[in-house]
Design a protein around this ligand. Structure first.
Ligand code: GLA
Length: 387
């Protein structure tokens, strides 16, 4: 086990023991994710190509013999929460982090799962608010912990769906299924090609020659939820006018043909979704074949489409993408990743270009935007499981 992970677990265990009087019996983890391509396609039943990253939420746990759940959160000054499984689980009045835990457990119960109590300590190093799915990793690690602790008859995909249901219905954020699925089902050295309608997955091997770099723009994300919901509604409107269940059900050629039925704005939204979903399949092939120049072109097109058609990028993010794409040329790919309106850029490149990319950003990003970037070099990692 890597030294850093070991030391995080040690700290976790110390707080657990301090809070609950005994050492924990088991440990679980679920990772954050970065999406290589296919943005805002998940809730349109389309394709996405994310990978799980080596930043994760960790849980130390011991089962209890009663129906009480006690939780301590290391990243929130060791705040605690306690609730009973015997009456309907309500929202916590002030601790938002508690609501992810409460929501996941409530939804396990709603699905008829028989669970008992537990003591839990939680810590994570997925950057929060950066669009790297720290919330999904929390939902999935809690689901996975209870699945294994109480041997629940659920698949990993069902743990993901349960997390999404908690986020949609308990926390109140209308996300798609991508983040939870890859946090649950990701695999080391692989990206996950996910069909968001059937939830079929294919592991796509990541070429060993490539580094995955995530650049956090550190732009404060405002209006994310309302803009996200507006985009969802516009996509639903497009599907409804076109007489299809979801934008998954139309090809780019047919969309062009039926363009006149849609308002100019709704057409552009639909054009992004349909084209990005098609690009995702092509990008999976390009990765499989180690065809980096095609991957590079597809990622560039995806970014333009998010910028011009879906309008979810912001100027500092566009700046990073332009800077790195002229540096990388056909040797690597770069685009914004995640829901948008700030957050992160993902770049894939040969290892020997990483230092130059970092230098360029260090020289130019802050001067240009007044904000300092953070950079994470990631490894495609395993989805949720016991440590
Ligand atoms: C957020 C949501 C996902 C997905 C992306 C955009 O991360 O949680 O479900 O819609 O935005 O691709």
């Amino acid at each position: 086990m890597a030294k850093e992970l070991e030391s995080r677990i040690k700290t976790l265990d110390a707080v657990f023991t301090d809070s609950f009087g005994e050492a924990p019996s088991r440990h679980f983890q679920a990772p954050g994710r970065v999406n290589l391509i296919g943005e805002h396609t998940d809730y349109n039943d389309g394709f996405v190509l994310p990978c799980a990253i080596d930043y994760q939420t960790l849980v130390a746990v011991s089962p209890r013999e009663d129906q009480i759940v006690r939780v301590v959160a290391l990243d929130y000054e060791n705040q605690q929460d306690e609730f009973s499984l015997t009456s309907a689980i309500q929202s916590h009045p002030s601790q938002q982090w508690s609501n992810y835990v409460r929501g996941v457990i409530k939804h396990l119960q709603l699905q008829g799962m028989t669970i008992g109590g537990a003591d839990l300590a939680i810590t994570g190093n997925v950057p929060q608010g950066a669009g790297l799915s720290s919330s999904a990793s929390l939902e999935v690690v809690i689901g996975e912990t209870f699945r294994q602790l109480y041997q629940l008859p659920m698949s990993k995909s069902e743990v993901a769906l349960n997390g999404q249901a908690a986020e949609n219905q308990f926390v109140g954020c209308n996300c798609g299924i991508m983040d939870q699925m890859v946090s649950a089902c990701g695999a080391q050295h692989h990206a996950l090609l996910l069909d968001c309608r059937s939830l079929d997955t294919q592991l796509i091997s990541m070429p060993e020659s490539l580094s995955v770099m995530i650049i956090n723009s550190n732009v404060k994300r405002g209006l994310v939820d309302s803009e996200y919901n507006t985009r969802r509604l516009q996509c639903e409107e497009a599907a409804q006018v076109l007489g299809i269940k979801a934008l998954r059900d139309i090809s780019l050629t047919d969309l062009e043909r039926q363009k006149a039925q849609l308002s100019e704005l709704v057409y552009r939204r639909a054009h992004h979704v349909v084209s990005d979903s098609e690009r995702t399949l092509l990008a999976a092939d390009a990765l499989r074949n180690n065809d980096i120049s095609t991957l590079s072109r597809l990622m560039a097109e995806s970014h333009q489409s998010m910028r011009d058609d879906f309008e979810i990028t912001v100027a500092p993010i566009d700046f990073i993408v332009e800077l790195l794409s002229s540096y990388l040329g056909e040797n690597g790919g770069v685009r914004m990743t995640g829901g948008g309106f700030g957050g992160c850029v993902v770049a894939v490149m040969p290892h020997n270009l990483v230092d130059g990319a970092k230098q360029l950003l260090a020289q130019q990003y802050q001067t240009q935007t007044g904000i300092k970037e953070d950079i994470y070099i990631c490894k495609a990692s395993n989805g949720a499981g016991e440590l």
